[in-house]
Design a protein around this ligand. Structure first.
Ligand SMILES: [Zn+2]
Length: 246
């Protein structure tokens, strides 16, 4: 992973403005992994992609995550804190980019690949979870056979699909980041999914706005150019800002 300078991170943020979430994530990844082609970054499995985003987040903004969730029972907003490291699963060495896997269950023989960013993007406009599931499977299931006969995806029993989902999770555990939460008001406990893509993009946005405000304040008061200010370390920028009483 490349150590991004302030102006490089700002450029990545600017390029992603008004773009869908997936594009923003890919722009950030391309900046942090300049030696990899956009095609290979988009082909990363969701777990591989999210692992990189978690590592990038820790590098850019530190190891602590602070977030909020709404209690599903009493709707109380709760704050939770976690470490990026706690969300990182051990690396799955056997994951090959675009790699194909074979899985047998209940007499069915399945050949599949793990979902990547484009597969998730294809489900974006689906109206229901079932529909999204179907779209995902139609893209990731490469071959289905029952008793050595080719089998139609639409005739696949729900229990076989459940088994396949479990197998995908096993192969790419980083794709689902969940944590157990409990509500201090009503004591309800539940599992919440954590989406590093939207979290990181939101943080990057806040950071960029703060950074540009700092540029504006320092430029207005000291007469320095944007380039000069961005070349200063964050500590120095903060100290100069402090001298203005902020
Ligand atoms: Zn509650």
């Amino acid at each position: 992973m490349k150590v991004l300078k302030t102006h490089e991170l700002l450029s990545a943020w600017e390029q992603g403005l008004n773009q869908p979430l997936l594009q923003r994530v890919l722009i950030i990844l391309a900046a942090a992994y300049p030696d990899e082609s956009p095609e290979s970054l988009v082909a990363l499995s969701i777990g591989q992609r999210d692992r990189r985003l978690l590592q990038l987040r820790a590098h850019l903004f530190g190891p602590d995550l602070l977030n909020t969730s709404d209690c599903p029972q009493c709707e109380q907003k709760i704050e939770w804190q976690n470490k990026v490291l706690d969300f990182l699963e051990p690396p799955q060495k056997e994951i090959l980019q675009g790699g194909e896997y074979h899985f047998d269950t209940k007499g069915y023989s399945l050949r599949f690949r793990l979902p990547n960013s484009l597969d998730i993007e294809a489900t974006r406009d689906c109206e229901s979870t079932d529909h999204a599931q179907k779209v995902l499977l139609s893209r990731c299931l490469l071959k289905v056979e029952y008793a050595n006969e080719k089998c139609d995806l639409n005739r696949l029993p729900g229990s076989v699909i459940d088994d396949l989902n479990a197998q995908m999770e096993l192969l790419d555990p980083q794709a689902d980041i969940s944590l157990e939460l409990s509500c201090p008001d009503c004591a309800h406990k539940w599992y919440s999914l954590f989406d590093i893509s939207s979290f990181l993009c939101r943080e990057l946005n806040d950071w960029a706005e703060r950074t540009l405000y700092t540029v504006y304040r320092l430029a207005s008061n000291y007469g320095w150019s944007e380039q000069e200010i961005l070349q200063l370390s964050p500590v120095r920028r903060q100290l100069y800002l402090g001298m203005l009483g902020e």
